[in-house]
Design a binder for this molecule. Structure first.
Ligand SMILES: Cc1cc2nc3c(=O)[nH]c(=O)nc-3n(C[C@H](O)[C@H](O)[C@H](O)COP(=O)(O)OP(=O)(O)OC[C@H]3O[C@@H](n4cnc5c(N)ncnc54)[C@H](O)[C@@H]3O)c2cc1C
Length: 475
């Protein structure tokens, strides 16, 4: 058998590629990681890390004003030095970047333009490299919808918004998914007049409708103008401003704005890889893979944003484990399983979700019930003056397992780990209740919600019958 230069080559050193490289190297494989420019990917430079840093600053501003108002103080506008904010965001990126260096221990790293010559041969700049298996993890870039005139007026995306050293007075955001909604709230809290234009009927259309409605209410109460069921048709210059024409129903509405931000989804990074030469199938959503993350070439795998579907850092990292295993071990291959898939939209309050909606659960399970619990009934929410939101749990089956959770609340995303673990291991309501939770944490909210579920559920009915019989015997 011809000796290959590497056991595994990974294209793209972002969230998925770095995790894959670290796992494969830890298993003793000869690993090559190739990135076209730098390690870290979207999440580090233009996605999760800068967006959560900006959201943090915006929350500080909002909390300072809210706290002052609560005790009867009137604060004049908080002055924001955007140059310092941008510098502090870059500082966070730098520190995370340093912590990620460990991911390339025992991994050969190359930078440059890479393309396939054959299923086992890659060209990096002018160098020819052979590899037994390859994982494509080249991520995605912002989609650009066909809006007439937008190239001429100019616009922002997540690739440049975090470097702004001066904020526009007004901003029209196109797209009401997680990116548009998170940035819309954060920038409004920093003093920008935000208008958010959205195609579907509600913002965050992938969420439970109660969640979308609650977040829409919060945004509107903070001054974000929501324009739903609307399509941006045209952008043009209007003096120092930009005029945007939007079709809403049969009407054309125009908005004058200082800046436009596109948050209209993602497109896979596949153009430069020469996929056609090796017969790897793809479409506009990304590279086609099977349940083993195999592309149409048996020794080439793909994961993360480049395959479409669930575009999250933690999903790319999860897929990395599966892809590396299947690439290095030809027997007992492992399939992906998205039954327990948590995600969070980092608005304030956060919108957190894992598993099925009520309607989805009804299609798959016979006994389904919903438990709703107000966030305000969590003592810690009261002490923190952060009472907006709710916990909605979808329970199913005789054992009453959680099959879905939909939450709106301050730091609601932090609860997802516990719920995901419970779901992964098919724990029942009583199993979670039996674990002692420290008081007063927000996690006690989950226990309170589950206690309500227990009291109104079959287990309590059966316990009441047993205790009732025991008491009657003693009377
Ligand atoms: C504003 C924003 C906020 C987000 N917030 C969150 C969040 O809070 N939580 C969350 O889970 N997800 C979040 N995401 C999504 C998350 O960033 C992505 O899902 C994640 O980065 C995908 O990882 P990946 O490995 O597939 O791609 P990436 O991390 O983007 O890595 C791809 C790598 O491939 C390289 N590359 C590209 N083309 C080539 C090529 N031709 N050859 C070689 N290398 C190439 C790139 O340079 C890059 O380093 C956010 C995204 C955005 C835009």
């Amino acid at each position: 058998m011809t000796r290959m230069d590497y056991d595994l080559t990974i294209l793209g050193g972002g969230s998925g590629g770095l995790t894959a490289a670290r796992i494969a190297a830890s298993l003793g494989a000869r690993v090559l990681l190739i990135d076209k420019e730098r390690l870290g990917g979207e999440c580090l430079y233009t996605g999760c890390v800068p967006s959560k840093s900006l959201i943090h600053v915006a929350r500080m501003v909002h909390q300072a004003t809210a706290a002052a108002t609560r005790v009867g103080l009137t604060m004049s506008r908080v002055e924001i030095d955007m140059k310092q904010v941008a510098d502090s965001i870059q500082g966070v990126i730098k520190r995370v970047e340093e912590a990620e260096r460990i991911y390339t221990d025992d991994v050969t790293v190359k930078f440059g333009a890479v393309s396939f010559q054959s299923p086992t041969t890659l060209i990096v700049d002018a160098e020819k490299i052979t590899s037994r298996a390859t994982i494509i993890a080249t991520g995605s870039h912002p989609a650009h919808p066909p809006i007439e005139g937008i190239a001429e007026t100019g616009y922002l995306t997540n690739e440049d918004v975090f470097q702004l050293t001066q904020l526009p007075e007004s901003l029209l955001i196109v797209g009401g998914g997680p990116v548009g909604v998170e940035l819309g709230q954060a920038l409004a809290r920093l003093g920008v007049q935000v208008t958010l234009v959205q195609g579907p009927e509600r913002i965050l259309p992938r969420e439970d409708s109660d969640v979308s409605e609650a977040i829409a209410g919060v945004l509107q109460s903070e001054g974000v103008k929501l324009v739903t069921k609307a399509r941006v048709l045209k952008a043009e210059k209007s003096g120092s401003k930009k005029r945007v024409s939007v079709k809403q129903g049969e009407q054309i509405v125009t908005f004058e704005t200082d800046e436009i931000l596109l948050a209209t989804g993602r497109q896979p990074n596949i153009d430069e890889l020469n996929l056609d030469a090796v017969g790897i199938a793809y479409d506009t959503q990304g590279i086609k893979v099977d349940d083993y993350l195999r592309t149409s070439r048996a020794n080439i795998f793909a994961l993360g944003d480049v395959i479409g579907g669930y575009l999250f850092t933690h999903v790319a990292a999860y897929q990395a484990k599966i892809a590396v295993r299947n690439a290095l071990l030809p027997v007992g291959r492992k399939k992906v399983d998205y039954r327990v898939l948590p995600w969070c939209t980092f608005t304030d309050p956060e919108a957190a979700r894992v598993g099925l909606t009520y309607a989805e659960a009804q299609q798959r399970h016979r006994q389904v019930r919903v438990i709703s619990f107000p966030w305000a009934d969590i003592d810690r929410a009261q002490t923190e003056h952060a009472t907006a939101g709710f916990i909605k749990l979808i329970l199913a089956g005789k054992k009453e397992e959680i099959v879905g959770a939909h939450m709106v609340g301050a730091q609601a995303g932090e609860m997802l780990g516990e719920i995901a673990l419970a779901m992964q291991h098919h724990l029942s309501v009583s199993d979670i209740l039996d674990a002692i939770h420290p008081y007063p944490t927000l996690h006690t909210g989950l226990q309170q919600a589950l206690f309500e579920a227990y009291l109104t559920g079959p287990q309590a009915r059966s316990n009441r019958a047993i205790v009732g019989a025991a008491l009657r015997l003693r009377r």
